[in-house]
Design a binder for this molecule. Structure first.
Ligand code: 5GP
Ligand code: ZN
Length: 116
């Protein structure tokens, strides 16, 4: 499994940096965003290091499905019944700041469309 010892989210996945964990299995970790942009804001990551969603090869595409399944489960558990948003930022213009792929799950307020 790819791991980057200088990567913040690899270090969180390895337990070297603390997080408020919401879900974990052998492939996926979910935790609270440190700077929430909504009343509920979770990050769902693969434990394996891929810098961006564009770096996930087709044979690892199952990880995207697992990330979305975990997000849906967290949305159910946290009663985000009136709506939630799933976001993956890719590269600088989209606002990606951490180069370990992550799915944002945002809920608990109304969101605008188109996004900013
Ligand atoms: P991006 O802008 O790359 O799509 O999202 C990165 C997210 O990671 C941001 O929402 C930011 O608040 C969050 N983040 C950055 N550093 C940390 C950290 O050390 N711990 C946690 N839990 N979240 C972080
Ligand atoms: Zn990483």
């Amino acid at each position: 499994m790819n791991r980057d010892t200088s990567c913040l989210f690899c270090r969180i996945a390895a337990g070297e940096i603390p997080c408020r964990k919401l879900f974990e299995d052998e492939l996926i970790l979910a935790f609270e965003d440190i700077k929430p942009q909504a009343p509920f804001h979770a990050l769902i990551i693969p434990k394996e290091h891929f810098p961006t969603v564009a770096d996930i090869p087709v044979e690892s595409g199952i990880l995207i499905g697992r990330m979305v399944s975990v997000a849906n489960q967290l949305a159910r558990e946290n009663r985000l019944d009136s709506g939630y948003r799933l976001v993956i930022n890719c590269y600088a213009d989209a606002g990606q700041e951490v180069y370990h792929v992550h799915l944002h799950l945002l809920g608990g307020r109304k969101f605008h469309w188109p996004p900013g």
